[in-house]
Design a protein. Sequence first.
Length: 155
Amino acid sequence: MNMGEDPMAQRLMEVLSRFRKAEWHKTPKEGFTPSELKVLLLIQKGSLKENRGVAISTISSMMGVSPPTVTPLVRSLETQGLITRFNDQEDRRVVRVKLTEKGEEIRREVKAAYARYFTELNSFLGPERSSQLADLLELVFQYLDEKHKQDINHS
């Protein structure tokens, strides 16, 4: 079926395409990329489980990307003085990272900014619509995930 023949499919496409233009995912902290901020948040999350520091491979797994994708982000954060990078004492091949005080301060600011953003969205929508939106977005994710798996299996 041609999407032009299905007005609701056309509406869904138009509404979802507006999200790209709305810059809702724009970084909440000037001077940092969304990926750098995500790494900061994941380092803190990983540090709750591993106080020796988080392995680069753990960060890449949490992000769903390869370690070579994470390395330049880590290098940038280290250059900015937000993290320290070091070799694991038990396995010298493993590179670990920890937040510095400055990195922890930025992480707190970013986490608070995200919390404010979604708290404001929740207030704007109200509890019932927020719940409906979350349910619908979970269904959209489920559909896209299943579609992606089907596409992989058929290629």
